[in-house]
Ligand binder design. Structure first.
Ligand code: DX5
Ligand code: ZN
Length: 223
């Protein structure tokens, strides 16, 4: 049984100094991170380009943390095998992308990874409902995907978190509710209050003077 009251902190490597990648990965782990969040962007699904499977495989030997790979790709199904081979533990795909989500989620699970499904702030929550029994993670984007450092969209996205929590309880399901974008020491409590238990944070953790202290603050339960 997963304890959804235990908060999981997942620093997003997007905000790290990539010229010192291995040090940054070790810094996150030594600071108390639970998962490492990796944002993959293709320049089509989102208006930005980040990194691909070889970057993920270069991170893999430097940490034992689960690699939580968030694919912001137009054709995620095509790339899943390469991220599996690169050492991903969780692979999250967007419901809005051009694929059959049920088939892609199955492909991820059969490859031995945990499947996640993401929805953007403007997406109708009903779009993810048919897949909730098939996933280990629901990623509720709390900014429009593509860039770090944007403000948390509370009004648009907290209903998604609350709906997910309600349906999980009503149907006895067991997926993590992960939030991503604009998470810091104050918004983390808003997300937790609505039912999120996995907190992705880039700017507020890699940019903090003391990442260990920032993670400890974001982990504190205050609802
Ligand atoms: C945005 C990414 C996020 C991003 C969050 O598209 O999915 O994971 O790194 O960055 P911050 O915490 O800076 O908002
Ligand atoms: Zn992300």
């Amino acid at each position: 049984m997963i304890d959804f009251n235990r908060r999981i902190i997942a620093p997003s490597i997007l905000a790290a100094d990539w010229s010192r990648l291995a040090d940054e990965v070790r810094r996150a782990e030594a600071s108390g991170a639970d998962w490492l969040h990796l944002d993959v962007m293709d320049g089509h699904f989102v208006d930005n380009i980040s990194f691909g499977p070889s970057f993920v495989s270069q991170i893999r030997p430097h940490t034992s943390l689960p690699l939580d790979v968030h694919l912001m790709l137009e054709h995620p199904d095509h790339y899943v095998p390469r991220f599996v081979a690169a050492g991903a533990n969780h692979i999250t795909v967007h419901v809005e992308a051009d694929h059959d989500p049920a088939a892609t989620l199955k492909q991820i699970r059969e490859a031995g990874c945990r499947p996640g499904l993401a929805l953007s702030p403007d997406t109708d929550f009903q779009k993810v409902v048919p897949y909730l029994a098939e996933i280990d993670i629901l990623l509720v984007m709390t900014v429009r995907p593509g860039f770090g450092g944007q403000p948390f969209m509370e009004k648009e996205t907290m209903p998604h978190v609350a709906n997910a929590k309600r349906l999980r309880e009503e149907h006895g399901l067991a997926f993590h509710i992960e939030v991503d974008g604009g998470i810091d020491s104050s918004t983390v409590h808003v997300a937790a209050k609505h039912g999120a238990n996995v907190m992705v944070a880039g700017t507020s953790l890699f940019g903090a003077p003391d990442m260990g202290a920032a993670i400890a603050t974001q982990r504190q339960t205050r609802m």
